[in-house]
Design a protein. Structure first.
Lengths: 419, 294
C-alpha cells in the first residue's frame, strides 16, 4: 500500500472515530421545561428544532406557565429528580435554584461571557459562578402613539415630569360622558408590579438590598418611586386604577386597543404592534429618566441546567446553542425579544425587520439594565407586591407600605436563612 | 379449626381490602400531616429538624394566619350561604312543571361544568374596570357613570371572589336540593292543597323539613369545597390587592408548595382540618340529619 494511501486512510479513520466520540458525548434526548407554550414562542421552537437537527438530540419540551414554573421545578428539584435536564427560566429564578445547589455551572469561558451585556451576565451569576445561558431579555421601554402625540403637538417625554405632563394632555373623555376613554399612560401591574417598581426604584437611584441582604428599597429613592407610581393613578389620574390587576398581556391590550396612549412595557410588544392596526402609528423610545437615569429592570429568560441531570453535557450544549448569536437573532426578529448580545442589533436582518430608530432604542436600552438576584424570590416578590398594591389603592402611604414590606422580608430572611 | 376461625372472622376478611385502601388514602396522609407539623422543614435549604409544638405556638403570633382565617370565614360563609339560598330558589322553580324544564336544568349546570380556573379568569375579565362587561352593564343601566376598578379595592375584590364562587357552585347545590325535592310524595302537597295551604306554607312546612338531609349534604359538601378553594382566588385576584383575598388554603399552598416550608404549612393544614371537622359537626347538630324521617 502506498504511503499516501495509508496516511489518507489513517486520517479518515481518525476523523471517523473522533466524530463518533463527539456524537457519543451527547445523549439521545433531553427534557426541557419551557417558560410558556411554544406556540407563543416561535423563535424558541425554531431554535430547538435547529438544535435537534444539528446535534441529533431529541428535545422533549414540557410547557409550563411562567407563573407556576418555580413551583413546579421546586417540587421536582427538592426530590432530587433527574426528570428535568434543563429549563428556560427567568433571571430572577437564579438564587432560588442556585442556593440549594440545584443548578449546574454553565461553563462559559471569560471570552464567552464577553459577548453578552455585563448586566445580563451579572444577573446570571451566583457567588461568582455563572449558571444561566442568556436567551433573551425584556428591558422596559416607552411605547407611544406617535399619531396622538403629533396631533397634540407633543414631544416624546424624556423625564418623569415630562411624562406626567404629556400623559395629562393625552388623558381624555372623548364623548363627554364623564368617563375617561383614553388614558395617557400605563405601566405593568399584577404579577409584574414588582418589576415596575424596581425600574422606577433604579431610576431614582435606589436598590433592593445592600451587600448584606438587608432590604433598602424603603429608602427615600424607594418612596419616591412608589409615590410616583401612586400619583400617576391617584393624583394625576393619567393611569387607570385597574392597572393594579393588569399584567403584561392586559396592558398590551390596552395600548393596542387605543385605550392608553403610552405604556412602559417590555419588548414582545414590538411584535404585537407590528402585527396590529397600530403599525406605523406607534413608536418606541427609551424609558423616561428619573433623577438617577433610565436604568430599567432586567426581566427575560436564561437556560439553566439541572445539577441532578444525568445528561448534563448535552443539556449544557443545548443551553449554549440557545444563547448563541444566531439563536438570539431569531428571538429578536421572530418574536421581538431583545437580545442579551448587543452585537446582534448590528445584524442586517434586524435592521431589515425593525425601523432604524427602534433598533437604536433597543440597543441603547439593553445596555442599561439591572437585576439583583436574591434568595427566596417568591416570598420577597409576593410581600413586595402586596404592599405596593396597598400603596397604589390608597390603603397605605408609600413610606409605610415599603417599611412594612422591608420589615416582613427582614423577618423572613432572619427566620429562614438566619441572616 | 382453621376453617372455623376463617368462618368466624369472615366479615373482617371481606372488609380488610377496603380498610387497607382507606388507611392508604386517608389515615396515612392525615397522620403524615400531623407528623410533619411537628417539624421545621425547609425544602429549599434542605433543613429538617424536630420542633415539637413550636409551629403551633408560632401560629398564634402569626398575624397573617389570623387575617387569612378571617378572610376564609367571610369567603366561605358568604359563598356557601348565598349559593344555598339561590340553590333553594332555583331548585324550587325547577321542581315545578314549567315549560322547558329539562333544558333549563341542563343550562343551569353550565357554570358548574366550567373548570374553576377558567371561572376565575372569566370573572377577572368581567370585573376589569376599563373593558369589563360588568361596568359596561351598570353604565348602560345608568347605575354608574364612572368605571369602578372592582379588583383594586380589598372589599370589592372579595365580593368579586365570592360572586365567582357562588356563580360556579350554585348548580351543585341546586342539583342536590332538587333531588331531595323530587323524593317528596305529591300526596303531601295535595293534602296541603285540600287544607288550603299557601305556597309559602307548603314550602315551609313540607318542602323544607323533608329536604333537610339534602340541605345537610349540600351544606357539608359546599363548605368542604369552599374552605379548600384555591383556583378561583388565584385566577381572579392572586390573593390581592395586597392580601385582601388571601385565604388559608392559598396560605397553605404558598407555604408548602411555593416556599417549601412544609412543617409550618402542615400546621396550618391541621388547623384547617380541625376547623372543617368542627363545622361539619356543628351542621350535624343544627340540622340533625335523619330528623326528617322521624
Amino acid at each position: 500500500m502506498r504511503k499516501s494511501t495509508i496516511i489518507i486512510l489513517a486520517v479518515s479513520l481518525l476523523v471517523l472515530f473522533s466524530g463518533a466520540a463527539v456524537a457519543q458525548d451527547y445523549a439521545d434526548e433531553i427534557t426541557v421545561y419551557n417558560s410558556g407554550d411554544l406556540e407563543h414562542d416561535p423563535a424558541t421552537a425554531y431554535d430547538i428544532k435547529r438544535f435537534e437537527e444539528e446535534y441529533g438530540v431529541k428535545v422533549n419540551v414540557v410547557e409550563v406557565p411562567w407563573q407556576y414554573q418555580i413551583d413546579k421545578l421546586t417540587t421536582v428539584f427538592s426530590s432530587k429528580s433527574d426528570k428535568v435536564d434543563a429549563f428556560v427560566g427567568s433571571y430572577f429564578m437564579l438564587n432560588n435554584f442556585a442556593m440549594p445547589g440545584w443548578l449546574e455551572p454553565i461553563g462559559f469561558t471569560e471570552k464567552g461571557k464577553e459577548k453578552f451585556s455585563p448586566g445580563v451576565i451579572k444577573a446570571s451569576t451566583y457567588q461568582g459562578t455563572t449558571y444561566g445561558a442568556p436567551l433573551m431579555l425584556k428591558d422596559t421601554e416607552l411605547y407611544y402613539r406617535k399619531d396622538l402625540l403629533e396631533a397634540e403637538g407633543l414631544e416624546v417625554p424624556k423625564t418623569w415630569d415630562e411624562l406626567v405632563n404629556v400623559a395629562k394632555k393625552l388623558t381624555k373623555d372623548k364623548d363627554g360622558d364623564g368617563n375617561i376613554d383614553q388614558y395617557g399612560f400605563a405601566y405593568l401591574g399584577a404579577d409584574k408590579l414588582g418589576f415596575t417598581f424596581r425600574t422606577f426604584l433604579y431610576q431614582s437611584g435606589g436598590e433592593m438590598f445592600d451587600e448584606n441582604l438587608n432590604p433598602v428599597f424603603n429608602s427615600s429613592a424607594g418612596v419616591k418611586a412608589l409615590t410616583f407610581m401612586s400619583d400617576l393613578i391617584n393624583k394625576h389620574q393619567v393611569t387607570p386604577k385597574g392597572i393594579i390587576s393588569m399584567g403584561e398581556g392586559n396592558v398590551g391590550d390596552l395600548f393596542i386597543s387605543g385605550k392608553v396612549a403610552m405604556v412602559e412595557s417590555v419588548p414582545p410588544l414590538h411584535e404585537r404592534i407590528m402585527n396590529s392596526d397600530l403599525s406605523g402609528k406607534a413608536s418606541l423610545a427609551l424609558a423616561p429618566e428619573g433623577s438617577a437615569g433610565n436604568t430599567t429592570y432586567l426581566d427575560g429568560n436564561v437556560i439553566y441546567v439541572s445539577s441532578f441531570s444525568k445528561k448534563k453535557e448535552t443539556a449544557k450544549a443545548f443551553a449554549k446553542f440557545m444563547s448563541s448569536y444566531e439563536s438570539s437573532l431569531h428571538e429578536l426578529v421572530r418574536e421581538g425579544n431583545n437580545s442579551p448580545n448587543p452585537s446582534v442589533f448590528n445584524d442586517p436582518r434586524v435592521k431589515e425587520k425593525f425601523p432604524e430608530k427602534w433598533v437604536n432604542v433597543m440597543q441603547e436600552s439593553v445596555s442599561d439594565v439591572k437585576a439583583e438576584p436574591y434568595p427566596l424570590y417568591l416570598q420577597v416578590e409576593q410581600t413586595l407586591r402586596q404592599e405596593i398594591q396597598k400603596a397604589l389603592n390608597g390603603s397605605k402611604a408609600p413610606q409605610k407600605a415599603l417599611d412594612d414590606a422591608a420589615a416582613q422580608i427582614k423577618e423572613l430572611y432572619t427566620n429562614v436563612l438566619g441572616i | 379449626m382453621l376453617k372455623k376461625i376463617f368462618d368466624k372472622y369472615f366479615h373482617y376478611w371481606m372488609v380488610f381490602p377496603a380498610i387497607l385502601l382507606l388507611a392508604f388514602v386517608v389515615i396515612y396522609p392525615t397522620f403524615n400531616l400531623f407528623y410533619t407539623s411537628l417539624f421545621f422543614k425547609n425544602g429549599q435549604l434542605g433543613v429538617t429538624r424536630f420542633v415539637g409544638l413550636q409551629n403551633y405556638k408560632k401560629l398564634f403570633f402569626d398575624a397573617n394566619f389570623w387575617q387569612y382565617l378571617g378572610h376564609t370565614f367571610v369567603y366561605v360563609g358568604s359563598a356557601v350561604t348565598i349559593s344555598l339560598i339561590l340553590g333553594l330558589i332555583i331548585s324550587n322553580i325547577l321542581n315545578k312543571s314549567i315549560k322547558g324544564r329539562s333544558a333549563l336544568r341542563t343550562i343551569m349546570l353550565l357554570p358548574w361544568m366550567i373548570p374553576l380556573v377558567l371561572t376565575g379568569i372569566t370573572w377577572r375579565w368581567i370585573l376589569q374596570d376599563i373593558y369589563g362587561a360588568f361596568n359596561a352593564l351598570l353604565m348602560q343601566l345608568g347605575i354608574i357613570n364612572q368605571s369602578i376598578a372592582w379588583l383594586t379595592d380589598g372589599t370589592t375584590a372579595m365580593i368579586g371572589v365570592i360572586t365567582a364562587d357562588f356563580w360556579a357552585n350554585t348548580p351543585f347545590v341546586t342539583i342536590i336540593l332538587l333531588a331531595g325535592m323530587q323524593s317528596i310524595p305529591d300526596q303531601l302537597y295535595e293534602a296541603a292543597d285540600v287544607d288550603g295551604a299557601t305556597g309559602w306554607q307548603k314550602f315551609y312546612n313540607i318542602t323544607l323539613p323533608l329536604i333537610k338531609p339534602s340541605i345537610f349534604v349540600a351544606l357539608v359538601m359546599r363548605t368542604l369545597f369552599a374552605i379548600r378553594a384555591l383556583d378561583i382566588v388565584y385566577a381572579l385576584t392572586g390573593g390581592g390587592p395586597g392580601e385582601s383575598t388571601e385565604v388559608l388554603a392559598s396560605y397553605i399552598y404558598n407555604l408548602g408548595r411555593r416556599w417549601l416550608r412544609m412543617g409550618y404549612g402542615s400546621t396550618i393544614g391541621v388547623i384547617l382540618l380541625l376547623i372543617t371537622i368542627a363545622l361539619v359537626f356543628s351542621f350535624m347538630f343544627i340540622l340533625k340529619p335523619g330528623s326528617a324521617r322521624e
